[in-house]
Each structure stands twice: as C-alpha cells, then as structure tokens.
Design a protein around this ligand. Sequence first.
Ligand SMILES: [Zn+2]
Length: 309
Amino acid sequence: MRYVKFSVERTAPQYEVSKKNFEEQTKKLSPWQLKDEYTNEERYYAICPKCDNPVRLIGLYKATNRQPFASHTGKTIKGGLPILPPHNQKRYEYCPLSKKSKRIDPDEHLYAPEKIHIELYNIMRENFDKLVYFIENMLEIECSTNFWREALTMYVNSKGWLFRWISLENMPWAFCYMAMCQKKLYGQKIKIGGYLHKAIEGKCEQDAFSKNTGKYVRITNQGSTYLPSITLRFIGYDYSIDSDGYLVEIMRVCLDYANEEILSKQMTLDQQQFRNLLRYEMRYNIEKWKRLREVGHEMMPPLSVDGID
Ligand SMILES: [Zn+2]
C-alpha cells in the first residue's frame, strides 16, 4: 500500500509512504520505530488507513528498486501497544489493501456491524450534507431534500451502511450502491450539458423538461400526458490494487428510460475527494445544506461503538 496513517482515528490524515512523511509524523519515536526482537534491526511502522491494523514500512532507509511502500504485519507488534493497534485477523482478511481480500466477493454483505461501520455511520450522520454534495457533483444533478430523505430512509432501513467494502473515502459510493438503485429522477434538476442530461435529451419529448433555471433543467412532464420513468442504477462495484500499489475503486452508473438502458458509465473513485470535503465549510446554499444535516440527524440515531470490536 502507498498511503498510511499514524492514528486509529477514522478521519486521521493519510500520508504517502516516504522517509520525509515518516520522520515528520513520528519524529522516529517508539513504537513507530522499534528494534526487531530477533534481528535487532530497526523496523518502521504505521497504521493501515482501511483496516486499522499495524503495517510495516519498507524501503524507507534502504535503497530498493521500487518506491517505499507499506505492508500489513499480520501480527501484533511486540512493544507497539497501545499506540500501534493489535492485529485483527478478521479486519485484515476483509481489508481491500490486503492481498487476501481479493478472494472475497465484493457483493458480500455483513450481517453484524464492526466498529469501523459504526464509526463511519456516525461520521455520515454528522456529514450528510457533504455526502449529498459529493453525489450531486458526481452525477451533475440537484435534488430536493425529500429525494435525499427517501434515499436515506432506504439506506437506514436496509442497513446499507453494512456494505462490506465501505470506507471513509467511498462512503458516498456505498450510499449510491445501497440506497439509490432504481431511484427515480422525476421532479429533480439535472445539469444542462451534463452526461445524464445528454443521455436523456435525445430520448424525451421536449416538454419532459421544464424551462431551464440557470444551469439546470427539471425533469417533469409539463404539458405531456405521460412520461416514462427515468431511473438511476449503480452496479459493478469492484476494487483492485494497481501496479504502483494504489487502490483503484470502480463502479458503473446507469440510467434507464422506460426500462431501457440509455447510459452506462464507468467511474473511478478519487481517493482524496470525500476525505478533503469533510474539512470544508459549505459556503453557498447554506440553508439547503443545513436542512440536509438535519435530515441526517433525524433519520440516523447515533450508534455506540461500546463493546464492539
Ligand atoms: Zn488494511
């Protein structure tokens, strides 16, 4: 893996594995730097950003023919506790950055939450406005509070937050995948010239769109007697590690018009975008984002991680 963190906090920043980052973040203090109990050699440690297991940094001080990287230790590091977390085998096996996890079907779902799922649920509860902002940008749409309330109801009722591969980075995708399949776009605004608009434009009667309001048009059937349904679908979530050791997550967004697929577009997740968004204040449409935060609070009772591993 190419990114690590130095705290088990879910929203702790991630750093690319490098000598400079390691020294700045750890000052080379114990337990980030420890002598190996058998060989007496110096070892360098950090924490996996996805599964919170200890990882060893390789190639920081010895010249190798590849960039420094990190690898799960697969065991608890003697002398590492409590700053370095203990190794957790179950989380390791399901970590997208561990080689083992590739044998598991990406569509497999959990039945009982683990600590990470509850932490992410609580983060989403506090940041539902940011999640919506991310998805609206990604799809080039603007939807009503009610549209999002319905999707969130679906997400909570179907326990979509137990999506096996959920992480801080892909949380908006997990939401689309688990709560927005077959979601009707009727009554919502889509960006003129956006990819959804282009796909719909040629298919619908002109009166399917209301008069445009700035950059957007609303899907409606003003003057028309019947408008077939226009629905979103999200399929084919998958992940892999590329040849440079970076995590690559993909998913397809599809658009159906009268049950016929008119768009199927593969997307690749930007691994930093949602994490960065969490740090920003929403500066415009303040009322809209405030309403969405309230919806998040209302629909998602806070959950406790007490007693959950
Ligand atoms: Zn991991």
